[in-house]
Design a protein around this ligand. Structure first.
Ligand SMILES: [Fe+2]
Ligand SMILES: [Fe+2]
Length: 168
């Protein structure tokens, strides 16, 4: 059984992961509208990943006889000046999520909920990767240039990303 406190915290995290998926989908649409198919692809794959994070928490809650409560999802930002701003926004979002995962980990420890703590370890590792990947693209755009030929090359590279469904 999962405690009420942990249940609430996990439901809040499900909402944050779904918001994150929603925000990435908005970024993907924006990129596609700007003719950046590679960037759109990258954000679309990212949407899939965030949905998978939400599903992971959802399945965990149910397996521990908890209740899943799906709340309202806030509207994501719609306007971006340039592609660099889009990735800076993504990086900021991932950093904020990492803080929340850290808080969940601390809470699970405080509550003596080992199962949730172990699940959070997976998320902590995942966030390190998420931040690193987003930061890498921000750096690339700064180096190659966020317009013209540099942007074209980054867009080509981001077109190669494919979503890998988690192994059962
Ligand atoms: Fe996530
Ligand atoms: Fe993420």
């Amino acid at each position: 059984m999962v405690s009420e406190t942990i249940q609430d915290a996990l439901n809040a995290q499900i909402n944050r992961e779904l918001y994150s998926a929603y925000a990435y989908q908005a970024l993907s649409a924006h990129a596609e509208e700007a003719g950046l198919k590679g960037v759109a692809n990258w954000f679309s794959v990212q949407t899939q990943e965030e949905l998978q994070h939400a599903r992971k928490l959802y399945a965990f809650l149910l397996s521990r006889q908890g209740s899943v409560r799906l709340d309202t999802i806030e509207a994501p930002p719609q306007k971006f000046e340039c592609v660099l701003e889009m990735f800076e926004c993504a990086l900021e979002q991932e950093c904020a999520l990492s803080v929340k995962i850290g808080e969940l980990m601390t809470l699970a420890r405080k509550e003596g909920d080992h199962a949730t703590e172990i699940l959070m370890q997976w998320f902590v590792t995942e966030q390190v990767e998420e931040e690193d990947t987003a930061r890498d693209i921000v750096d690339k755009l700064k180096l190659a240039g966020a317009r013209g030929e540099g942007l074209y090359l980054v867009d080509q590279e981001l077109a190669l990303r494919k979503y890998e469904a988690p192994k059962a």
